[in-house]
Design a protein around this ligand. Structure first.
Ligand code: AMO
Length: 409
């Protein structure tokens, strides 16, 4: 007989079923014993007259009749004909899966395999799975191709020092902090529209509730665009479809995503007594204030000063660039731009930022054989999930998060 889910067993009233799961609760009333049995789909009461003693979280396999019950919560219970004990709990459980006893976050992460026995924790990862699949489907439908650039790279992709070095035979290599240079080369090569769903690694030393040292980056790069607005349109469509894919699980109502310019935002902040100069990057404090002022769930800020963006960003005029960030409930969740496609301009941009041309030789070479106008974005999957579910720490959205102090499990 095949095992079915508890959810299904409850629907199979009057039939003999086989279910398996964890003992959620056990009550021994002498002749008769009540077991609350839990699997991923729900909880059902099992009754037995067997001479059996169980502990919470023991794993059992039950064959029995699904019958009507006036007392059981589901209105159905299972009269056991055979109970097999698969595995018994051997130690005192450090995380209470039933949720009666609260557990601190560190212990929860240390025993993530127990933490996951809670429906509300599993829900985060069920939603994350839906979100990433909807991102994929949304882009596949529009002619994008998923690519898998290497995560081991020879030069830091964003400039910057925040990379993890690795030993690569006799040489030094790094874990990719972004697939930036490679997604551009794929587009220049002729894969006109590409996307990526791979981890990025950032050796940021600070511990914040918004940063992970390993995160999933949802990247896009597209060729033959006119400017960054083409990229923003795709990002908007994809994000609205991602939200739509979880509408039966999460209550959020967003129909449109407005665009504000950096200049407008600086003016707005100053009008609201938050002093900021043109040319300054937005701090977390600024971002929080902007959310408070605008009161919108999602919004774009575009045309940041070129000076505060990565070297590959296309300038729009002497000061501003064709760049944008997407904010979700006040937190930056995505960042993108039109890219420089002229190799001379690109070399100047690298030099201006004090970066060495020879480190970028392999990349610059790609710009010497015909380059379409192109642009793209990178969106943090965990940041998206964190904001969507109003989680108070980004680590909640990563199954086994990596941070300054956490390398196991
Ligand atoms: P940027 O560095 O802004 O842009 O990163 C893009 C998005 O990735 C997410 N993110 C992170 N999430 C969690 N922890 C981190 N340490 C972390 N770092 C980044 C954020 C952020 O908005 N190459 C460009 C993108 C592009 O222009 O296409 C880039 O990497 O959600």
């Amino acid at each position: 007989m095949e095992r079915i889910s508890i959810e299904q067993a409850i629907r199979e009233l009057g039939k003999t079923v086989r279910v398996a799961g964890y003992v959620h609760e056990f009550r021994n009333l002498g002749k008769i014993k009540f077991i609350l049995l839990r699997d991923q789909t729900g909880i059902v009461q099992v009754i037995t007259r067997d001479d059996i003693e169980l502990n919470r979280e023991d794993v059992i396999d039950v064959i029995g009749d699904s019958v009507k019950s006036d007392i059981a919560k589901a209105g159905v219970e299972i009269k056991a004909k055979r109970i097999e004990i698969i595995s018994r709990v051997r130690r005192k459980i450090p995380v209470d899966p039933a949720g009666y006893v609260p557990t601190d976050f560190d212990t929860r992460l240390k025993y993530r395999f127990l933490d996951l026995r809670k429906a509300e924790v599993r829900r985060i990862f069920e939603i994350k799975s839906k979100i990433i699949n909807s991102y994929r489907n949304s882009l596949l439908k529009r002619g994008f191709v998923e690519i898998h650039p290497s995560l081991i790279i020879g030069a830091a992709s964003e400039g910057g020092a925040e990379v993890f070095p690795v030993d690569y035979f006799e040489r030094k290599a790094y874990l990719a902090q972004s697939p930036q240079l490679y997604k551009q080369m794929a587009v220049i090569g002729g894969l006109e529209r590409v996307f990526i769903t791979l981890p990025i690694y950032r050796a940021e030393k600070h511990n914040t509730i918004y940063h992970l040292n390993e995160a999933i980056s949802l990247d896009v790069e597209m060729g033959f665009i006119d400017d960054h607005r083409d990229v923003m349109r795709i990002l908007k469509t994809v994000v609205l479809e991602m939200l739509d894919s979880v509408k039966d699980m999460v209550n959020i109502d967003v129909e449109d995503i407005k665009i504000y310019s950096y200049e407008e935002i600086v003016k707005l902040l100053n009008e609201n007594n938050v002093h900021i100069n043109i040319g300054e990057d937005l701090s977390k404090e600024h971002e929080r204030k902007i959310y408070e002022i605008l009161g919108e769930e999602l919004y774009f800020i575009e045309k940041f000063p070129t000076k505060i963006r990565a070297f590959y960003t296309m300038p729009d005029d002497d000061i501003y660039s064709r760049s944008f960030d997407l904010f979700f409930r006040g937190l930056e969740i995505a960042s993108g731009a039109q890219r420089i496609h002229d190799v001379d301009m690109l070399e100047r941009a690298l030099i201006d930022r004090g970066l060495k041309l020879e480190d970028f030789d392999f990349y610059l070479e790609a710009f010497r054989y015909g380059v379409p106008k192109h642009g793209g974005f990178g969106m943090g999957l965990e940041r998206f999930v964190m904001q969507l579910l109003r989680l108070n720490n980004i680590r909640e959205a990563m199954l086994f998060p990596r941070d300054r102090t956490r390398l196991i499990p």
